[in-house]
Design a protein around this ligand. Sequence first.
Ligand code: NAP
Length: 300
Amino acid sequence: MNLENLVIVGSGCAGLTAAIYGARANLSPLVIEGIQPGGQLTTTSHVENFPGFPKGIGGFELMSNMRLQAEQFGTRFLSATVERANLRRKELFCGDVSIRGKAIIIATGASPRLLNIPGEREFFGGKGVSVCATCDGIFFKDREVAVIGGGDSACEEAIFLTHFCSKVYLIHRRDQLRASKIMADRLRANPKIEILWNSVLREICGREKVTSLRLTTEKREWELPCNAVFLAIGHSPNTQIFEGQVECDGEGYIKGEGVRTSLDGIFVAGDCCDCHYRQAITASAMGAMAAITAERYLYE
Ligand code: NAP
């Protein structure tokens, strides 16, 4: 078994910023990258609100830069996923490999929520159901597609899809968007986007691929012909492996006092503990705080 100074679980904004700070503090951190190296931002086409990039920067490029920066200062990376944990012993298990840390930062992020409706699983991955317009939008060039949700993600996905698709329906369950004003204005100004208000997706229909969506409003049930549906209905924290070991709220977000969890030497940062802000910059800020707090804990 390896005993590390600082183990960081997750390689999104929170994890990589923690790694930069931890490495610069000479802790030689080990980052366990997880199933999506670089985290959620790698699936975002263009990041406009990360300070320091007045023209914006690609999500993948931003995360590659963060990784490089962390590596330059001595971070080590393990391409693996934590499958089990014994947090009291500060022990993590990736397959047969067991890793112990004197301190651990949990930065496992969050994953897109699904609707759990008929057709969703059947058509997922290449057949017309997706949670990532940046990844899959190109496959629906000149087609009609739909986006579900009314937040910033849904608006962003819908606008992005207009670059390829002939028409984009934004389907929202209420009569008001949750998105920020700037995103909502951009959405409304886009002639390729039609918003379907007070509409609930009940079923995704098709044979081999998606051909239509069954929708209901308060008064009617109808079928909307379309070739793909992009779900943008928020995220759930990736904390299942820590369930019952560290204090979480009802939705699974890890609770903490700042970046300290209920367990000594276990720290937390980013979307797995933040259900309010969920921004790249706030995740990064928490990553920096977690590394600084872990450093103090180790040298106390
Ligand atoms: P969100 O703000 O939580 O919005 C989720 C949307 O999905 C809401 O409109 C919600 O409807 C809808 N929804 C949730 N469950 C649903 C269900 N079962 N069926 C149908 N609709 C459902 O999530 P988000 O858009 O992913 O944004 C998360 C955070 O990231 C926010 O803080 C956002 O500002 C930020 N973000 C920022 C940017 C940017 O600045 N460019 C881009 C993306 C995300 P209700 O409105 O009825 O609840």
